[in-house]
Ligand binder design. Structure first.
Ligand code: TRP
Length: 443
C-alpha cells in the first residue's frame, strides 16, 4: 500500500504554512475585495466572518480529521471511514480540483504578467483598453502555461522538497509585502474615504440572500474547503498534531490576510478617484482599476504595483499547488503513478482545460460560479454530513494529539445540524442562479 512509503511534513510549521499557503491566494486579494465592493463593504465582511466561524472552521477541522486519520488521498480517505459508497464523493473532489485550477491558473497568469510588466516597463496608462489583450487569447493562455509549469514543477518536487520548502520561503514573504503595502496605503489621501467605504456597513444589504450566498461561497473558497485540498495536506501529518490549534491558526491567517488586503485595495482605489469602476465590479475590475492606479502614481506606483502583483503571484502559486496536489495524490494512491508522472500528466491536462477560460472571461466567470456554488458548497454539505453522521467517532479522532477539548461536542453538533441546514438554504438559492449563468453562456 502507498501508506507505508507515504511522505510526511518535516515540521508542524511546514504543514501550517503550506495549509495557510493553500488558503491565502487570489481569493483573499482579488475575490474578497471585489465581492466586498459589490456587496456593500462591511456588511459583507461581517457576514463572511460569521460564516467562517460557524461553518468554515468546523468543516476545516472535519477535513483535517479525515485526512490525518486515514493517511490517504480523498477518494480512499472517504472509503476508509465510510465504505466504498463514498468513493464517488472523492471523485467529485478530484473533478473540482481540475475545474478550479483550470481557471485559477488563467487568473494567476494575469498576475504573473502584471508583475513582469511592473518589473520591466511600468504600468501602461491605457489599462482598460489593453486588459482585453492581457486577459484573453494566446497572451492569457501563454502566461497560464507558464504559471502552471511552475506549479507542476513544485508539486513534482514532493511534499517536503517541493511544497513545504516553497511555502516556508514564500508565505513569510507574502505577509511582509501585504502588511507593508497596508502601511503605505494608510499614508495616501484616499485612505479615509477608502476605509470608510470598506468598513462602514450598509446593513440594508446584510440580509439579502445574494450577500449571504456570496459570503458563504467566499468562506469556502478562501479556506480551500469542500474539495479535499486541506484533507490531502492533512494526510501527510502525524497523529501527534494538535488539529484544533492548526485549524484556528489557518483560519485566522486566512481572514487576516483578506482583511489587510482590503486595507490596501480600497485606499488605493479611492486615492485615485477610481471608485466608479469598482461599483460596476466584475471579475476583471481589480485587474483594470489597480494597474490604472499604479500607472497614475508614476515611479512609486510602479514599485508598489510590482510588490502588489508579486504578492498575488505568490499567493496564487501556493494555492494552485494545493489544488494540483489533490489530483496528484489521488492519481498516485489510486493508479499507482509516480509523483512525477502524476504531476506532469494531470497538470498538463488541467492546463489544456484552462483554454476556454483563457479565451473568454465570461466562461471563466461562469466556471468560477459553478465551482463555488455547486462543487464547493455541495462538497462541504456532503463532508459535514459525512463527519457528523457517518463517521463512527469523529470526536475521538479529532482528540488525538490534544488533551480533549471542551468544544468538540459543539463542533459535532455544528456539523450535524447547523452547517448542513445553512448550506442547503444557500444551495437552494445558488443552484437556480448558477443554472441561469450556465444557460446564459449558451444563449
Ligand atoms: N483558497 C485559495 C484562495 O483563496 C484557492 C484554493 C486553493 C482553493 N485550494 C483550494 C479553493 C481548494 C477551493 C478549494 O485563493
Amino acid at each position: 500500500m502507498a501508506t507505508a512509503a507515504r511522505e510526511h511534513w518535516s515540521s508542524r510549521t511546514g504543514f501550517v504554512l503550506a495549509a495557510v499557503g493553500s488558503a491565502v491566494g487570489l481569493g483573499n486579494m482579488w475575490r474578497f475585495s471585489y465581492l466586498a465592493a459589490e456587496n456593500g463593504g462591511a456588511a459583507f465582511v461581517v457576514f463572511y466572518l460569521l460564516v467562517t466561524l460557524c461553518v468554515g472552521i468546523p468543516v476545516l477541522l472535519a477535513e483535517l480529521v479525515i485526512g490525518r486519520g486515514s493517511q490517504q488521498s480523498p477518494i480512499r480517505a472517504l472509503a476508509h471511514y465510510g465504505g466504498a459508497a463514498w468513493k464517488p464523493l472523492g471523485a467529485v473532489f478530484v473533478a473540482a480540483g481540475f475545474l478550479i485550477l483550470s481557471y485559477y491558473g488563467v487568473i494567476a497568469g494575469w498576475t504573473v504578467r502584471y508583475a513582469l510588466v511592473g518589473l520591466v516597463q511600468g504600468f501602461p496608462a491605457d489599462v482598460a483598453e489593453s486588459f482585453g489583450e492581457v486577459a484573453t487569447g494566446w497572451d492569457a493562455f501563454g502566461f497560464h502555461v507558464l504559471f502552471m509549469g511552475i506549479t507542476i514543477g513544485v508539486v513534482a518536487g514532493g511534499v517536503k522538497g517541493g511544497i513545504e520548502r516553497t511555502s516556508l520561503v514564500l508565505m513569510p514573504t507574502l505577509f511582509v509585502i501585504v502588511v507593508g503595502l497596508a502601511f503605505y496605503a494608510a499614508t495616501l489621501d484616499g485612505a479615509g474615504p477608502g476605509y470608510n467605504y470598506y468598513l462602514s456597513a450598509d446593513f440594508s444589504k446584510l440580509f439579502h440572500w445574494n450577500v449571504i450566498k456570496d459570503a458563504a461561497g467566499q468562506a469556502f473558497f478562501s479556506l480551500s474547503l469542500g474539495m479535499g485540498a486541506m484533507l490531502t495536506f492533512a494526510s501527510y501529518l502525524s497523529r501527534e498534531e494538535h488539529l484544533p490549534a492548526s485549524t484556528l491558526v489557518i483560519a485566522g491567517a486566512d481572514v487576516a490576510v483578506a482583511f489587510v488586503a482590503g486595507l490596501v485595495v480600497f485606499p488605493l482605489i479611492f486615492a485615485l478617484g477610481l471608485e466608479e469602476s469598482v461599483g460596476a465590479s466584475t471579475v476583471g475590475a481589480l485587474f483594470i482599476t489597480l494597474p490604472q492606479a499604479f500607472a497614475e502614481m508614476g515611479g512609486v506606483g510602479r514599485f508598489v504595483g510590482l510588490l502588489f502583483f508579486a504578492a498575488l503571484v505568490v499567493g496564487a502559486l501556493t494555492s494552485a499547488i494545493s489544488l494540483l496536489e489533490v489530483v496528484v495524490a489521488s492519481a498516485m494512491d489510486g493508479l499507482g503513478w509516480s509523483r512525477h508522472k502524476a504531476a506532469w500528466l494531470a497538470g498538463g491536462a488541467i492546463t489544456l482545460l484552462g483554454a476556454p477560460s483563457a479565451w473568454s472571461t465570461d466562461v471563466l466567470g461562469v466556471i468560477d460560479q459553478v465551482a463555488n456554488n455547486l462543487f464547493l458548497l455541495g462538497g462541504g454539505l456532503a463532508l459535514s454530513l459525512f463527519v457528523g453522521w457517518v463517521m463512527h467517532d469523529p470526536i475521538a479522532e479529532a482528540a488525538d494529539g490534544t488533551e480533549g477539548i471542551r468544544w468538540f461536542p459543539i463542533w459535532r453538533w455544528l456539523l450535524r445540524v447547523v452547517v448542513p441546514v445553512f448550506l442547503v438554504l444557500v444551495l437552494w438559492y445558488a443552484i437556480p442562479e448558477t443554472w441561469d449563468a450556465v444557460a446564459g453562456l449558451f444563449s
